[in-house]
Design a protein around this ligand. Sequence first.
Ligand SMILES: CCCCC/C=C\C/C=C\C/C=C\C/C=C\CCCC(=O)SCCNC(=O)CCNC(=O)[C@H](O)C(C)(C)COP(=O)(O)OP(=O)(O)OC[C@H]1O[C@@H](n2cnc3c(N)ncnc32)[C@H](O)[C@@H]1OP(=O)(O)O
Length: 187
Amino acid sequence: MTPPSGAAAAVRHPDAPAPGELLGSHYEHCFGCGGAQAHGLHLEVRAGEGVDVTAEFTVRPVHQGAPGLAHGGVLSTALDETMGSLGWLMHMIVVTGHLETDFVRPVPVGTVLHLSAAVTAVDGRKVFTRATGRIGGPEGPVAVRAEALFIKVDVEHFTDHGRDEEIQAAMADPDQVRRARAFEVNP
Ligand SMILES: CCCCC/C=C\C/C=C\C/C=C\C/C=C\CCCC(=O)SCCNC(=O)CCNC(=O)[C@H](O)C(C)(C)COP(=O)(O)OP(=O)(O)OC[C@H]1O[C@@H](n2cnc3c(N)ncnc32)[C@H](O)[C@@H]1OP(=O)(O)O
């Protein structure tokens, strides 16, 4: 998870969303950010000033692991989704290759988890990222933190591997296709 010495700093794409702008969902059925997933996390991610983002996740009863506490896998998902969203700022489609999470404090149901994430380095197709989730406010104590390696892929990663039913539906939606194709131009 340590970037090689030759790794570069991340570059914000000139057409990246403005600081403070909501990124929007990349796919309405995404468990992390989609509005059509009843039990999903419904994460709303905002662009930061650099290659960084913030997001909020409200833990609901459907996200429990132990009584009244968030499931650790769900918290990892929130961190994963937040870090994956950094691709928008570089106009890269990325998928998670490796993710590691530290669970520092239990997170009760009803908590708003304040997430922030940034790219630490880029090495070819490899994007190194880091994220934290705080409770009690954006400056509150850290409850979870993660590091992840994302790998840049083309739209074909999804069209080649996704189940046909969902791919056909996604490709029939012009907004979805436009959103995915916009990432392929990455000067
Ligand atoms: C028209 C319909 C379109 C629909 C699309 C819709 C939306 C898309 C748009 C935007 C997406 C936006 C936001 C995303 C938001 C949230 C993200 C959530 C993220 C996820 O939830 S996503 C699901 C989980 N994710 C996977 O489902 C990946 C499964 N996996 C694979 O698909 C392959 O495994 C892949 C592609 C990762 C690599 O395969 P590959 O063949 O392309 O490349 P290769 O193996 O050569 O790796 C290249 C270099 O990465 C190094 N490397 C690779 N893996 C590593 C690892 N694990 N640890 C350490 N290093 C690793 C190698 O060592 C090499 O390094 P080096 O270059 O130095 O040799």
